[in-house]
Design a protein around this ligand. Structure first.
Ligand SMILES: [Zn+2]
Length: 428
């Protein structure tokens, strides 16, 4: 290298740096502005992986008590009707779930209550047994932090809830018995009135004017123990009563926004605002009829009613009878289709609840194995599509973390803190 070239070297290197800077600036600027669809999906999937994803409602115990149903096996949802098993939770990046022991409302007498309790305990036992049998991939969770601990260990967190307070019967001591078995929320009522509360969908209308006197006692006991009060399926008065009665924030484990889709199972804006004041959370559900309004379809309605009239209790059906029933429903859906519900509808409800109640009061409870499952979020293996849609709409990682689990965990912690206060107050 000659003296001249050496002397010019800094100039050349400066030019080089300027050129390089110019080039990179030219290259990166448009990229930052125009993220491709593929890049957006990848960014969303990375967020989905990082945040805790918790689904507060699945009726999977209905399947778990079927002889031979193995949660460690992957099931085809179209062939078997099953929406959740452990392999599909892993595929969908679903970290935690509440399995609800669901007992359909039946006769409200001693016999009925005894049968309901036996079935509820059978389902709870099937959850516990399944987590023990598959302890390499899942773990039973009873406290809010268990979800994070298990996630760190690379395992799915399995929480227990009860859908329908019917198995409490008339005996308040059952609440503590269920708590001791790991139950952390109870949906007070289901599609017909029970001894605790009125249903939003009982064909005979309300009976107690909301929560009954015994139901009030149950709410008090749930507060004392640290069980979340779930108002999904209750009529509007049940919601207002629960807000007034509960000393801890409440949840709606699977309900949507009524202003977006007019259905009695969904929550009005007034209720959403109160939910925010209460500090509780509304968990969005993947039930088509709660997500979008379908045009009147009377032929379909009468075909559904006809089919329902021939049904015996699902828990008493043989495998063949259940398969035949699924087949009949599938044929009915094909013959008299309703417009599909899509992940965009889910995001519309989330947008609305976030606008009315705030981002701290919305979450997700898919209701898989209980009728939940839509186009794009058909089963547990597809829940990441919710995150992709949220990222598309501009939700930040922090907001998505709240929606996917942070909000519910916050409520869960507050419910436990209130229980501790009540218990320490009682003992002092
Ligand atoms: Zn339900």
């Amino acid at each position: 290298m000659s003296y001249t070239s050496l002397r010019n070297y800094p100039v050349f290197s400066l030019l080089f740096v300027l050129l390089l800077f110019g080039c990179t600036a030219k290259q990166t600027a448009p990229e930052a502005e125009e993220e491709t669809e593929e890049e957006l999906t990848q960014r969303a999937l990375a967020i989905h992986k990082r945040v805790l994803t918790l689904d507060t409602h699945a009726d999977t115990p209905l399947r778990m008590i079927e002889p031979g149903f193995d949660m460690a096996e992957r099931h085809d949802p179209r062939e078997t009707g099953s929406k959740v098993d452990y392999p599909r939770m892993i595929e969908g990046g679903l970290d935690a779930i509440f399995f609800a022991a669901f007992v359909a409302q039946d006769i409200r007498d001693d016999d009925g209550n005894t049968r309901a309790k036996a079935l509820c305990l059978q389902m709870i036992d099937s959850i516990v047994t399944s987590t023990e049998k598959n302890s390499d991939i899942v773990g039973l969770a009873v406290n809010p932090d268990d979800a994070y601990t298990l996630e760190k260990a690379g395992k799915r967190a399995i929480y227990i809830g009860i859908e329908n307070g019917y198995p409490i019967g008339q005996d308040i001591s059952n609440v503590a018995e269920y708590f001791d078995k790991g139950v952390r929320y109870i949906t007070l009522v289901h599609s017909a009135n029970n001894d605790l509360a009125d249903s939003a969908t009982d064909p005979d209308g309300p009976e107690h004017g909301g929560i009954s006197t015994f139901g009030e006692e149950v709410v008090k006991e749930m507060n004392r123990l640290g069980i979340m009060v779930d108002v999904s399926h209750g009529n509007d008065s049940v919601f207002y009563d629960a807000i007034a009665l509960s000393k801890a924030p409440i949840i709606a484990s699977h309900s949507n926004a009524r202003a977006v889709t007019n259905h009695e199972r969904n929550m009005t804006d007034e209720m959403l605002k109160l939910m925010a004041e209460n500090g509780g959370v509304v968990q969005l559900t993947m039930l088509a009829d709660y997500l979008r309004e379908a045009p009147p379809n009377p032929q379909r309605d009468s075909a559904v009613a006809e089919l329902r009239a021939t049904m015996t209790a699902i828990s008493e059906m043989t495998d063949e009878e259940r398969a035949a029933l699924r087949q009949s429903f599938q044929e009915l859906n094909e013959k008299y289709p309703n417009p599909p519900a899509m992940v965009e509808h889910v995001a519309d409800h989330i947008d609305h609840i976030a606008k009315i109640a705030g981002i701290d009061h919305v979450g997700i409870g898919c209701d898989f194995d209980g009728g939940g499952g839509i186009e794009g979020v058909f089963d547990a293996s597809e829940v990441m599509n919710i995150t992709v849609e949220l990222v598309k709409r501009g939700y930040t990682e922090e907001e998505i973390e709240k929606i996917w689990g942070g909000n519910l965990i916050r409520v869960f912690k507050e419910v436990q803190a209130v229980a501790e206060q009540i218990q320490s107050g009682a003992s002092s």
